[in-house]
Design a protein around this ligand. Structure first.
Ligand code: NDP
Ligand code: OXD
Length: 306
C-alpha cells in the first residue's frame, strides 16, 4: 500500500514517523511533483497539481475537520474525501467556547481592568436566563459544545439542517426556523461548515435579530462573518462584543480593526487543534476498515459541501 503526505504548513517528519510505525508494511512518503501514484493521501491545503497528478487515489484524509479548502479543488474522481472526526478536537472546542461564554457572562474582562487599576468593586450578578446561547451547527463539534454549555445551566438553542434531539437543547431546523433561532438567542456560537449556504451568514440582518446585548463567538471560518457588519453592530451597542478565532485572511492582516478593538478578543485559529497521535490513529483505523470494505465515519458529501 502506498501513502502520500501533502500537508501545507505542517512538519512532515513526525507524521511520517507516526504513520510508518502504525503501518509498518506501507510505503509512505512526502509528495513531490511527479511522484508515483499512491493509494491513499494525507492532506491539508494541497495544491491543485497534487490532485491532478494523483488521479488514482482511493481516499484523501484531511487532517482537519473543515473541508471547505479541499472542496475548492478539482478532486480525483473516485477518491473518498474523509475529514477528521473529533480526534481530540471536540473537547478542545468545548473548553474554548465555554471559556469565552463564561468570561463574557461573568464580566472577567471588567474585573481584570479593575484589578489592574487597584479597584475593589462588585458587579451585580447576571441571570443565566438572560443569556440564552444559540449554537449554529450541531455536528461533531457543535453537539459537544452544546452539551458542555448545558452543564452550566444556560438556556441552549441549537440550529442544524436536519432535526436533532439533544438533552437540554432546544432544537431549530433548517432555513425556515433560522430567524426564530436567532430571536431566541443572545450569545451566538458559530460551528457551521463553510458552504455556499453559510458564507456571510453572520451579517447585519442576522446580528440585528439576536437579542439586545448580543455576543458573537466565531470558531468555524472567517468567511461566515461579515467583518464590517460586526463592527457596526458593536458600535451601535446592539452587540456587546465578540470572541473570534477565525478570519477571512489568516494570519489576520496587520492594521485590521479586530486587532485593537476593545470589545473583541481574538486568537490565532487555535480553538481546536489537530492532535497528531489521535489523528494518525484515526486515519490508520479508517485505512484498515476501507481495505476490509467496512464502512467508516467522516466521509464528506461534496455536493452538500461538508
Ligand atoms: P460537522 O460537519 O460535523 O457538522 C456541521 C453541522 O452544521 C451539522 O449539524 C449540520 O447540520 C450543520 N449545517 C451545515 N449546513 C447547514 C445549513 N445550511 N443550515 C443549518 N445547519 C447546517 O462539522 P464539525 O462540527 O466537525 O465542524 C464544524 C466546523 O468547525 C468545520 O467545518 C470547520 O470549519 C470548523 N473548525 C474550526 C476549527 C478551529 O480551530 N477554529 C477546528 C475544527 C473545525 P446536519 O447535522 O443536519 O447535517
Ligand atoms: C479544521 C481547522 O478544520 O483546523 O480542523 O480549522
Amino acid at each position: 500500500m502506498k501513502i502520500t503526505f501533502c500537508c501545507t504548513d505542517t512538519k512532515a517528519e513526525p507524521w511520517l514517523q507516526g504513520l510508518c510505525t502504525a503501518l509498518p508494511g506501507a510505503d509512505i512518503s512526502v509528495w513531490q511533483p511527479g511522484a508515483p501514484q499512491a493509494d491513499y493521501a494525507v492532506v491539508w491545503a494541497p495544491p491543485q497539481q497534487f490532485m491532478d497528478e494523483q488521479a488514482g487515489l482511493k481516499a484523501l484524509f484531511n487532517i482537519g475537520a473543515g473541508v471547505d479548502g479541499l472542496l475548492k479543488l478539482r478532486l480525483p474522481p473516485q477518491a473518498l474525501v474523509v475529514r477528521l472526526d473529533d480526534a481530540g478536537m471536540a473537547v478542545q472546542m468545548a473548553e474554548y467556547v465555554c471559556h469565552a461564554v463564561i468570561r463574557h457572562f461573568r464580566e472577567f474582562d471588567g474585573y481584570e481592568a479593575d484589578m489592574a487599576a487597584g479597584r475593589w468593586g462588585y458587579r451585580k450578578p447576571r441571570l443565566r436566563s438572560d443569556f440564552p446561547i444559540g449554537v449554529m451547527g450541531l455536528g461533531v463539534l457543535g453537539e459537544r459544545v452544546a452539551r458542555a454549555l448545558v452543564q452550566f445551566e444556560f438556556p441552549i438553542n441549537g440550529w442544524s439542517r436536519s432535526p436533532k434531539a439533544i438533552e437540554g437543547v432546544r432544537a431549530f431546523t433548517g432555513a425556515e426556523q433560522f430567524n426564530a433561532f436567532l430571536g431566541a438567542s443572545r450569545v451566538l456560537v458559530n460551528l457551521l461548515p463553510l458552504t455556499s449556504d453559510t458564507t456571510n451568514l453572520i451579517n447585519k440582518d442576522t446580528l440585528a435579530r439576536l437579542q439586545p446585548g448580543a455576543y458573537v463567538i466565531n470558531v468555524a471560518r472567517g468567511a461566515h462573518l461579515v467583518d464590517e457588519d460586526l463592527l457596526a453592530a458593536i458600535a451601535s451597542g446592539h452587540v456587546a462584543g465578540a470572541t473570534l478565532d477565525v478570519f477571512r485572511t489568516e494570519p489576520l492582516p496587520a492594521g485590521h480593526a479586530f486587532w485593537s478593538h476593545p470589545r473583541i478578543t481574538i486568537t490565532p485559529h487555535t480553538s481546536a487543534r489537530t492532535l497528531r497521535e489521535e489523528s494518525i490513529a484515526q486515519i490508520v483505523g479508517k485505512i484498515g476498515a476501507l481495505s476490509r470494505c467496512e464502512p467508516i465515519a467522516g466521509i464528506v458529501d461534496a455536493g452538500r459541501g461538508y
